[in-house]
Structures are given as structure tokens and as C-alpha cells.
Design a protein around this ligand. Structure first.
Ligand code: AMP
Ligand code: GLY
Length: 428
């Protein structure tokens, strides 16, 4: 198969690493990629939202499968665009991802809450507001229990969720989002919901909207500071498997959440052919959905794919040709952890173009280095984002895996480098 991956982060590096191991992989292309990805496949110089360039490349190079890393192109309709290329231009491949309509499960919080309500899927109680019922929203906040969660309806680069401890703060956030258009159009509608207390865990599924396979799960550490303190980030590290994800909890997740979601897609005619990411809260032993994402997570992919002992291209083919139900999913023994190295100042302002050293050496066989925000300038690899790179390790325990990643990161240098040494701390 000829494969095109869209994206340029650690998630896409992990996807490229995994897909490259498949004996079904002939040519591997990544747009736009990064210097780490360039060691695995051929990187291309167009962006993930340049649909015309994607189509033209797919047609000229007989691409069989387009794997979409980030949510943007999915919410913008790359699936539907390439379906049209099948009919109009005879494209023979398929996109791993949902249709534009189904991608609203991630693209609109209000859409996903309504979907969950219609399909009886456990989630926090909520109401939605726009400027037309702004006063009702204020009254809703004033009678609501605290803390209270406010969410911009649309995509807001991971910054659209605020947890308020006081009514004054919640009222201010509500006004900023709706009246002051803090996130532009994305916050013209706001979902206000109950705060769920528990431990978060993410579950990853591959589905064609009829059948599904669980391909892994992970716990993500979102706060910048050790002990889960400070600002939220895109993710500072991840571990898998998570000790409380035993068969009885997983059975509840499948029966109460995954099955009704996939049945809901089928019943409502929402076309889906890709990854579905369930952001869950374990509330006193019962799973509830915090959010859906229509893609893999980052950095979750960097532990989920190393643990997955099944050929990913075969799974994609099975998903597309309707035999996903018969696929065998195997997981490697042991524990996996990834620790993300970020730029100094992140998630606030940070500098770019800082030279990185210490990434050329050979790693132990149970470790992987994935590039995230890096680029090559005059032959040197330099920083090019908040999350710069991530080191994944395998161990007999979570703490052993984390310790190895931290010690490997001690050999990697760039000015301002920062990473958490306490990923997985609660599982020691
Ligand atoms: P989201 O952008 O939906 O992933 O939300 C960002 C983060 O906010 C989640 O990962 C949770 O940590 C937190 N969060 C979102 N909704 C809730 C909720 N209802 N209760 C508690 N925490 C939440
Ligand atoms: N790590 C969280 C996400 O990918 O959305």
C-alpha cells in the first residue's frame, strides 16, 4: 500500500514508525512531517488543510490510504473531499477518519452532547447558550453547583475549556466567550456542564461506524507542573496500560459507552471510518464521557502504538472492507511511558529555533524518540514548537519505564528544556 500521513507532530512520527513496520507498506509519505519523520518516510511540503495538493498528490502517486493525524482537516471535511475524488477522478484509496458531519463529535461540543443524550451515553449534565439566551445562561450559572465547567462549542486549539471555582469567575468567562468573542466563532455558543470528579483515562477505538476494535488506552498528564499543578498543556506525558483499566471497568466502558456510540453512528447515518478517541472520567468506578475526539491523541499515540502488537495497515484495510470484527488485536506485555520535553515558557510564550543536541545517539532497544515541534535549519535540528520531542520507554512497571525516559532525556539538551519527571506518579 502507498500511504500518506497528514501532520507534523509526535503522533504522526509514531504513526509513521508503526506503519513503516508493516509488510503491506510500499511507499510512505508524510505532509508536512518533521526531521524525525523524514528519517522514516518521504516528507512533502504541503500543509494538512491544502486539500487540492493532497488530492493531486494522492492521484499522481496512487495513494491507497490517507491517515489524518490532527482534527482540523477532518472537521474541515477532508473525508468528503476525497470521497468526491473517488467519484470524479477515480481515486482508489480511502481516508482514515470520519466524514465532516461525524467529525462534529469533536468539532462541536453541543453536537457531541446532544448525540450522547440521544443515545443514552453517560456524560455530565449540561445546557447550551448563545447571545440570544445570554441572560438565561447567567441564571443557569447562578443556580449551578461549583465547580462549573464552561466550554467553547467549536475548536479552540485546546484552550476552550475553563473550570471555574466561583460564580464570579464563571460569569466573567461566560461573558468573555459569548459577548467578547474570546475564541471568535468557536465561542459564539457555550456548553455549561457539571464538574465530574474522578480520574481521567482515554480509550482508542478504530471503527467503520458498524464494527469496532479497541486498540488501546492511556492516561495523559496535561498540567505543566509536577504533581499536576499549573497550566494545562497539550500533554506532558502518558502511560499505558493503566492499572484501574481492568476487565470489569473495560466491560463497563464497552457496554455503556463504546457500543452505544458505534450503534448511534450507524442509526444516525453518521459516516465514520477511522480512529475514535473517548476522553473518559472514572467517577467512583463508573465511566462517563468528557469528550470525543475524531483522531488519535498526542502524546497518547506515542505509547498506544508501541504497545499495539497488530499490523496497523491490515487493521485499516479490515476497517475499510468491512472485516474489522474478525481482526485480532494483540498487546505487548509490559508497561509503556512517554515523557515530553517542552520549550522553556510553554504553555505560555516560548522561543523557537533553539539548537537541539544529544538526539543522534543510539537508544536502547526498549526506547523510542519521537520528534514533535522540531525543524531542520542549515543541517541542524532546532526547536519549532511548544512540545519539542518525546521519549517512550518500555518497562516491567510504569515507574521503570518513566525512569528510563527521564534518564534518556537527561542526555538531550536545548536551552530552556523542561519535562516532568513524575509522569505516572500515582501508580508507583
Ligand atoms: P476537553 O477540551 O473537552 O478535553 O477538556 C479539557 C480538560 O478539561 C479535560 O481533559 C478535563 O481534564 C477537563 N474537563 C472537561 N470537562 C470536564 C468535566 N465535565 N468535569 C471535569 N473536568 C472536565
Ligand atoms: N493529549 C490530548 C489530545 O490529544 O487531545
Amino acid at each position: 500500500m502507498n500511504v500518506l500521513i497528514l501532520g507534523s507532530g509526535g503522533r504522526e512520527h509514531a504513526l509513521a514508525w508503526k506503519i513503516n513496520q508493516s509488510h503491506h507498506c510500499n511507499n510512505l509519505f508524510i505532509a508536512p512531517g518533521n526531521p524525525g519523520i523524514a528519517q522514516i518516510g518521504k516528507v512533502l511540503d504541503f500543509g494538512v488543510n491544502d486539500f487540492e495538493a493532497i488530492k493531486s498528490f494522492a492521484l499522481t502517486n496512487q495513494i491507497d490510504v490517507i491517515v489524518v493525524g490532527p482534527e482540523d482537516p477532518l472537521v474541515n471535511g477532508i473525508y468528503d473531499f476525497m470521497e468526491k475524488a473517488k467519484h470524479e477522478n477515480g481515486w482508489k484509496g480511502f481516508v482514515v477518519g470520519p466524514s465532516k458531519e461525524a467529525a462534529q463529535l469533536e468539532g462541536s461540543k453541543a453536537f457531541s452532547k446532544k448525540f450522547m443524550q440521544r443515545n443514552g451515553i453517560p456524560t455530565a449534565g449540561y445546557a447550551e447558550f448563545t447571545k440570544d439566551n445570554f441572560e438565561d445562561g447567567k441564571a443557569y450559572i447562578n443556580q449551578h453547583t461549583l465547580p462549573i465547567v464552561l466550554k467553547a462549542d467549536g475548536l479552540a486549539a485546546g484552550k476552550g475549556v475553563v473550570i471555574s471555582e466561583t460564580r464570579e469567575d464563571a460569569l466573567q468567562v461566560f461573558e468573555d466567550m459569548i459577548i467578547n468573542q474570546q475564541f471568535g466563532k468557536a465561542s459564539s455558543k457555550v456548553v455549561i456542564e457539571e464538574f465530574l470528579k474522578g480520574i481521567e483515562v482515554s480509550v482508542f477505538v478504530l471503527t467503520n461506524g458498524r464494527d469496532y476494535q479497541v486498540i488501546g488506552h492511556a492516561k495523559d498528564y496535561k498540567r505543566i507542573g509536577e504533581g499536576d499543578t499549573g497550566l494545562n498543556t497539550g500533554g506532558m506525558g502518558c502511560v499505558t496500560p493503566v492499572p484501574f483499566m481492568d476487565s470489569s471497568f473495560m466491560q463497563k466502558v464497552e457496554e455503556r459507552i463504546i457500543v452505544p456510540t458505534v450503534n448511534g453512528l450507524a442509526k444516525e447515518g453518521l459516516v465514520y471510518n477511522g480512529f475514535l478517541f473517548f476522553g473518559l472520567m472514572n467517577v467512583a468506578g463508573d465511566p462517563q464521557v468528557i469528550e470525543y475526539n475524531c483522531r488519535m491523541g498526542d502524546p497518547e499515540t506515542e505509547v498506544v502504538l508501541p504497545r499495539l502488537d497488530t499490523d496497523l495497515l491490515s487493521l485499516f484495510a479490515a476497517m475499510d472492507n468491512g472485516t474489522l470484527e474478525d481482526a485480532n488485536i494483540n498487546f505487548s506485555e509490559g508497561f509503556y511511558a512517554t515523557v515530553v520535553a517542552v520549550s522553556g515558557g510553554y504553555p505560555g510564550d516560548y522561543k523557537k529555533n533553539i539548537p537541539i543536541s544529544g538526539i543522534e545517539g543510539k537508544l536502547p532497544s526498549n526506547a523510542l524518540l519521537f520528534h514533535a515541534g522540531t525543524k531542520e535549519t542549515e543541517g541542524n535540528v532546532v526547536t519549532n514548537g511548544g512540545r519539542v520531542l518525546t521519549v517512550t520507554s518500555k518497562g516491567h512497571s510504569i515507574s521503570e519505564a518513566v525512569k528510563q525516559s527521564v534518564s534518556l532525556l537527561e542526555n538531550i539538551h536545548f536551552e530552556g528544556i523542561n519535562y516532568r519527571k513524575d509522569i505516572g506518579y500515582e501508580f508507583d
